[in-house]
Design a protein around this ligand. Structure first.
Ligand code: IPM
Ligand code: MG
Length: 368
């Protein structure tokens, strides 16, 4: 078989369960290299608390430049109680936010799919979640996460004030809206845009700019505007009304965790963060599970690697031009679930509990 063009993948396992789940992706990459003659060159480095422990810095310049160079970055998770009392700029989360901001990864795709094998794992009734397939598009480089001014400042009487600024420009809103409409084109042709235009000017601008993108560029896609609090409620009441949801950085953070639970476990939700095309036509990207570092279960071999494996599948699809391999990997996950294998988070009666690495091995065995 002809060798593929070499693609560089940077693995950043990070903290907590990050290393265990990324290890399973590493095994899949090794398998693809040896069995499918693919040509991935993998590098692995520190990020988050792990990097802070060694370098007193949650991300070194060296790692940052490796991320800039990579064809895809696969990140595990960052953070944990060990680093909770560090000054803000040294905290593990800053590394993740720096990568998102400086690689300009403005569009974060978080698909929430309820696998038929797992309808019972959701805390909602099966008829509410079965067949669920929604895509959350979260704006990732703007809004209150990055707005200035920010900080904690002393004021009179020994009081302090904490400040963050929620701010969006028209172009930031329009570019992420376009991503949502493009995705909807290939799906069920409906976008729900969420903001709080009833109380926030930035929310009102969001609503107007998303509407103008629809009117001018995507007349055939249905657009619905919804207040974010109502969206949170509707996601529990009738989640199947949604196709693509587009929302800002903060609401997207919250609504995507909520959607994850509709699918049964936070351990199932992958994500892709995509950037702007550079002058060579290359789009920077980073892939990470939506779950965090889960320090309470780290190191026990019980974490669910599926979210990270599906994140890698998104990398194959969106960054590495390997649609077929992505489909195969998604199907392998399905087959393992069909066989009744479950990590602890999705275990139900009559199913077989497996460890993190057994789940990885089982998925690889289905690739064969
Ligand atoms: C996420 C996480 C991050 C966020 C944290 C770890 C900074 O919750 O990716 O959803 O808030 O964006
Ligand atoms: Mg989150």
């Amino acid at each position: 078989m002809k060798k593929q063009k070499m693609k560089k993948i940077l693995l950043l396992p990070g903290d907590g369960v990050g290393p265990e789940v990324v290890q399973e992706v590493k095994k899949i990459i090794e398998w693809l290299n040896s069995k499918k003659s693919l040509n991935f060159q993998c590098e692995e480095d520190l990020i988050g608390g792990a990097s802070f422990d060694k370098h007193k810095n949650p991300i070194t310049d060296e790692v940052f430049y490796k991320a800039l160079e990579a064809d895809a970055v696969i990140l595990g998770a960052v953070g944990g109680p060990k680093w909770d009392n560090l000054e803000f700029s040294k905290r593990p989360e800053r590394a993740l936010l720096k990568l998102r901001k400086e690689l300009k990864l403005f569009a974060n795709l978080r698909p929430a799919i309820c696998f038929k094998q797992l309808v019972d794992a959701s805390s909602l009734k099966p008829e509410i979640v079965s067949g669920l397939d929604i895509m959350i598009v979260r704006e990732l480089t703007g809004g209150i996460y990055f707005g200035e001014p920010r900080g904690i400042k002393p004021i009179e009487n020994g009081e302090r004030k904490g400040i963050n600024t929620h701010i969006y420009t028209s172009s930031e809103i329009k570019r992420v809206a376009r991503v949502a409409f493009e995705l909807a084109k290939k799906r069920n042709k409906k976008v729900t845009s969420c903001e709080k235009s009833n109380v926030m000017e930035a929310g009102l601008l969001w609503r107007e700019e998303v509407q103008s993108v629809k009117d001018n560029e995507f007349p055939d896609i249905e657009l619905e505007h919804m207040l974010a609090d109502n969206c949170a409620m509707q996601l529990l009441k009738n989640p199947k009304q949604f196709d693509v949801i587009v929302t800002d950085n903060l609401f997207g953070d919250i609504l995507s965790d909520e959607s994850a639970m509709l699918t049964g476990s936070l351990g199932l939700l992958p994500s892709a963060s995509l950037g702007v095309k550079d002058k060579n036509g290359k789009t920077r990207s980073m892939y990470e599970p939506v779950h965090g570092s889960a320090p309470d279960i780290a190191g026990k071999g019980i974490s669910n690697p599926i979210a990270t494996i599906l994140s890698f599948s998104m990398a194959l699809r969106y960054s590495l031009d390997l649609e077929k391999e992505a489909d195969n990997l998604d199907q392998a996950v399905q087959k393992v679930l069909d066989d009744g294998l479950r990590t602890k988070d999705i275990l139900s009666k009559g199913k077989k509990e497996v460890s993190t690495s057994q789940m990885g091995d089982a998925i690889i065995s289905k690739l064969k």
